[in-house]
Ligand binder design. Structure first.
Ligand code: APR
Length: 294
């Protein structure tokens, strides 16, 4: 029995399977990763996109954000077979939640495209949250318009927790209303900077900016899912940005089987039960096939 067979068996026998994904799962869809060869941060400076920059120089922030968003999501892209494999695992039952660091919305698109089967599911593997959220070395959260937890229930049943928000929405920092990003980016492109809500408040991308704290419910939910998981899959992430990077260790400490799927080494590898140094598009469809094959 090779590693993947035993992981498939663990998943089949698990009460609660959770996946954490990073930009590597969207790379095969043409969405650039942040680090590694030709990563986004080779072409942009993270400092351009901090919450402090947004507050100090919203017009300059939005001009740079327009460039970043076009670089990340310019070409039309769609879910790939790895997203679809996770959607299948959500539909067939064992995958309770996908915690994603990605803001591209591809997990939700894969799940909704894949299924007309609804499945009622508990977001949290049926347990209570206990730990108070709170992120290390972060500044105070945004007053209003804070990026709230977005874990839309989708047709596949697995809840999707967008840890860093969703780049296809913007949020008003005054009234908190959310709206699609594209028309606002077009306004920026036409020189309407910084873009404002009808109430007069500034629009902010509905993502967690560097220096901004994740919302407590989001963090609490992610940590509780990790703690309650029996199998925790860390997929396509360098696992260097907190608080996502600590989730696999939380799962391991709670006795979960932790599997890492990533082309490059990660700091979590030594805490993992198994590491697949392989492409997500090779591993995940095979894993879904094995899980479904009984
Ligand atoms: N299959 C498997 N792994 C892949 C693939 C692939 N096809 N393509 C890339 N990878 C791996 C890379 O080797 C890399 O280790 O995916 C990882 C992506 O790492 P990052 O680019 O650092 O992305 P991520 O971990 O999601 O970054 C976390 O950092 O800048 C912030 O907010 C941003 O959410 C992001 C966070």
């Amino acid at each position: 029995m090779d590693d993947l067979d035993s992981l498939a068996r663990d998943i089949r026998e698990a009460a609660c399977v959770v996946a954490l994904t990073g930009s590597g799962i969207s790379a095969p869809s043409g969405v650039p990763t942040f680090r590694g060869a030709d990563g986004v941060w080779d072409h942009f400076d993270e400092g351009q996109f901090t919450y402090g920059r947004f507050q100090r120089d919203p017009a300059g922030f939005w001009r740079d954000r327009l460039e970043l968003q076009r670089a990340l999501f310019g070409s039309s892209y769609r879910p790939n077979v790895a997203h679809e494999a996770l959607a299948r695992l959500g539909r067939t039952g064992p995958l309770e939640a996908i915690i994603t660091q990605n803001t591209d919305g591809l997990h939700d698109r894969a799940a909704n495209v894949q299924n007309d089967v609804n499945r009622s599911v508990d977001n949290d593997c049926d347990r209570e949250y206990s730990e108070d959220g709170g992120r290390t070395n972060q500044t105070e959260p945004a007053e209003s318009g804070e990026t709230e937890p977005t874990d839309p229930q989708n047709a596949s049943g697995a809840s999707i927790l967008e840890l860093h928000g969703n780049a296809h929405r913007v949020v008003c920092v005054d009234c908190g209303s959310r709206t699609p990003a594209e028309p606002v980016l077009d306004r920026v492109d036409d020189g309407d900077v910084p873009p404002r809500c009808d109430c007069g408040g500034l629009y902010k991308p509905d993502v967690v900016l560097f220096g901004q704290q994740l919302s407590k419910p989001t963090l609490q939910r992610a940590r509780s899912l990790a703690r309650e998981s029996d199998v925790f899959l860390a997929i396509g992430s360098s696992l260097v940005v907190e608080p996502a990077a600590s989730l696999p260790r939380v799962a391991a400490r709670s006795g979960a089987t932790v599997a890492v799927v990533n082309l490059e080494e990660t700091p979590v590898d030594r805490h993992a039960s198994t590491v697949y140094r392989a492409d997500v598009t090779e591993i995940l469809p095979r894993l879904a096939d094995l899980v479904e094959s009984v």
